[in-house]
Design a protein around this ligand. Structure first.
Ligand SMILES: [Zn+2]
Length: 87
């Protein structure tokens, strides 16, 4: 860098606002291989709302097998409500 060159420090600050609307969703039923029966399946957002647990905590419980979940062919995660309520 030449001695005449100036160095500029540009600081930016951003704020992001997320607005989420929860509207009534139709109930999803499906077969849980762990429970071996048809159960109500929740989306991850619905599971957070129902349980009051944070999404990261829920995913940890799913990974450990404490909560049952099914991954759909399109990659969505559906969570077994029975296993969630048992926690
Ligand atoms: Zn289950």
């Amino acid at each position: 860098m030449s001695p005449k060159a100036k160095k500029y420090l540009i600081t930016t600050r951003t704020h992001e606002i997320f607005i989420m609307r929860y509207e009534r969703q139709p109930t999803i039923y499906g077969f849980c291989p762990e429970c071996q029966k048809e159960v109500v399946l929740l989306t991850s957002d619905s599971a957070v709302t129902h349980s009051g647990k944070r999404a990261r905590e829920l995913f940890g419980l799913i990974e450990s097998g404490a909560i049952h979940a099914i991954e759909t062919a399109s990659g969505h995660l559906l969570i077994c409500r029975d296993s969630l309520l048992a926690k």
